[in-house]
Design a protein around this ligand. Sequence first.
Ligand SMILES: Cc1cc2nc3c(=O)[nH]c(=O)nc-3n(C[C@H](O)[C@H](O)[C@H](O)COP(=O)(O)OP(=O)(O)OC[C@H]3O[C@@H](n4cnc5c(N)ncnc54)[C@H](O)[C@@H]3O)c2cc1C
Length: 471
Amino acid sequence: MAESNTLACDVAIVGGGISGMIAGLVAAQAGKKVRIYEKSPEERYICNSRITSGIFHICNEDIRRDPAELEQLILTVTEGCADPQLAKAVATDIMRVIRWMQDAGIRFMAGPFQHHAFMLSPPTLTPQGRSWEGRGGDVMLRTFEAALIKLGGVLHRGHKVEQLTRDNQRVVGFSGTTAQGSTFAVNARCVILADGGFQANPAITRGPISPAPDRLLQRNARTGMGDGLTMAQAAGAAITDLRGFYGHLQSRDAIANDKLWPYPWLDFVAGAGIVVTAQGKRFTDEARGGVSVANATAELPDPGATFVVGDQRIWEERGTYYLQAPNPRLVDGGGTFLQAGSLAELAAKTGIDAATLIAEVDAYNRAVAAKTTATLVPKRSTSPLAPFPIVSAPFFAIPMVAGITYTMGGIHIDANARALDVSGTPIPGLYAVGCSTGGLEGGASCGYVGGLVKSSVTGLRAGEHIVTALA
Ligand SMILES: Cc1cc2nc3c(=O)[nH]c(=O)nc-3n(C[C@H](O)[C@H](O)[C@H](O)COP(=O)(O)OP(=O)(O)OC[C@H]3O[C@@H](n4cnc5c(N)ncnc54)[C@H](O)[C@@H]3O)c2cc1C
């Protein structure tokens, strides 16, 4: 376990996803000496950025909309929880980032929905299925790496960063362990944390995300362990509310069957029908959408024991909606799809008490017919996802699980991606970008803004601020 020589650079970055790559490349383009440290030793190391679906949207809206409207949308979707400065930064700069990425050689294409105006090309999602090699995020990361190396930057694979180095209050580098077991250290004028969130670390998600995180589906690359969060906290950084994650409703079989994640989502069938616990009771407002229902599911004592319940019309109309839709991909992929001619029969197949399920569906149907779903407990809104009655046999039930893609909370940053201490003052030398940060997304309904816009804008802003600060 020999200590290697301590290297030096202007900017040292933890993590080689989109956020770290953009920050590093911006600094390298301005002549700064950049080193990126990536814990995976693999040539095509897996991270969320490499397997992303690649859709640049803001709150599921077209990023070309007027920035003032987008900013307002972020504040509305997050129910006032988003930091206004971060909301403004993302809304104002997203098209600037897209142009910068295009100049760096990244290609985009339009997808099938209005918020798909800028999707990484070639697409990871095709009519035949989904694959990442040689596609969207993979091509993007390889293009960034080649550009970085051309400018004298270095990407150190197999280097796991474990500790920040400090000189009084200033962060001046970090140290860690290589995949071969030796230690390394780097001295840097600035450090950027870009490790992608804490979604795969049950020691941190237990509590703010779920009482039983082991029962969630890891709908992600499993690389986000919250190392940046832990290191930043040790250096005095403030941490935002850690509740809330971006994710979707998935077949419970996806835990063991890779054909069933990251798609199909069950979000739209759940949003038309009802979602119930193993006891047959509704527990959340299904109309609020998949991200919100996934979060409510994660908060249950057992987030892996719920069912989506609907009928023939829901399956035909909403089951076929959106990318890689569950009808027919759920069954084609080997997922459990329980069907029955009556609710009593369906209950027997799920193990739910028949009287409870029938009473729950009856109450729901009566409220839908009378337009009084707001009086149900829990209430059922009628938008954005309108409730359908559950009346036309065959009825269906799908065993469901909450899939977590990335965590919304994290290191508190300002609009230039500087890590802030508990008094709101920037910690000298320390930046955080991408999904290691918090403050943009969340709120009572877990408002989702977009992982790629958050990561790309914070990456761009960190790089630009460092270039100015080190001038
Ligand atoms: C299946 C899927 C589909 C998605 N689709 C979309 C979409 O269409 N639109 C959208 O906006 N968002 C989408 N997202 C989310 C988006 O891809 C992410 O928000 C974004 O890529 C995160 O980038 P990042 O740089 O913060 O983190 P990451 O891409 O996760 O990169 C972090 C890197 O840091 C490394 N690392 C971690 N700890 C250490 C350490 N201690 N030392 C060194 N290295 C470390 C990791 O190995 C990893 O390579 C999707 C995500 C997934 C998984």
